[in-house]
Design a binder for this molecule. Sequence first.
Ligand code: BT5
Length: 274
Amino acid sequence: MKSSPGKEDNRLSAEAIRRPGGRLGHTVIVLPEVGSTNDELKRRAEAGAPEGVVILAESQTRGRGRLQRRWESPRGKDLLASVLLRPGLPAEQAFRITLLAGVAVAETLARDYGLQPRIKWPNDVLVRGRKLCGILAELRAEKGKINYIILGLGINLNLEAEDLPEELRPLAGSVRQELHRPVDRAVFARDLLAGLESRYQALLAGRFSELLSAWHRWAALEGQEVTVGLGRETISGRALGLDQDGALRVWDSMAGIERRIVAGDVQYLREQGG
Ligand code: BT5
């Protein structure tokens, strides 16, 4: 992996990202290097840190995706962030937070950068078919209620193709590659936190259906032919949308039944408008 000298943007400043008085981002910690921002924030959550604490890192040595997959990111170019939430929701609604994060990222990319993002269930944000953002929400629940959620976001802002291992280059993109100019990471982080906060407040105020329709708009999923990898099994069918728990409903035409997917990797067979 190559990091081009002189091309790194300025180091992230916690001060420039902090949102005094905000529900999210009132406390921002920027670490030069960490194993995983999610693990670091989990330690603080266990020690009683309040909702809204944000940890960012310039570099991760063990950045994680789902199923122990790796999240790759060059030093000092992107956003590697974890946000501590204590929503007090039932554990079975935790998935709503992943949906919320995808919507907030898509809205920031569209509103502030003029991009046309698409959410790919459950947790990717793509632009022109390339993954710009991955989301990893991890929770601790007690007696069926969420104690805390660590919302981890990896967002490719300024990375360039040569910053990634070769096999990822055709699959990943960045805001910089789309706009042909670097973006200010602190401005992005601050705007994203504001967007997350407003969607989060609405969710806690009981407006889940609003979030779900925003998610459907960004996902443009209905009617898509998909295949879903479920570990050993792969099913194909027509996507019908999400149910109230965030599970993906797929019409399995071979079996002639509707399937409810709670975890898996989705491939679109036909891209609608890229
Ligand atoms: C994800 O998992 O997409 C969730 C990634 C979350 C990363 C953030 S960074 C801050 C916080 N701290 C952490 O340790 N994690 C979170 P998944 O859906 O499993 O996708 C992982 C797959 O995405 C990998 O197997 C690669 O194929 C691909 N990938 C890895 N790095 C990428 C990148 N920078 N851009 C696009 N795709 C990438």
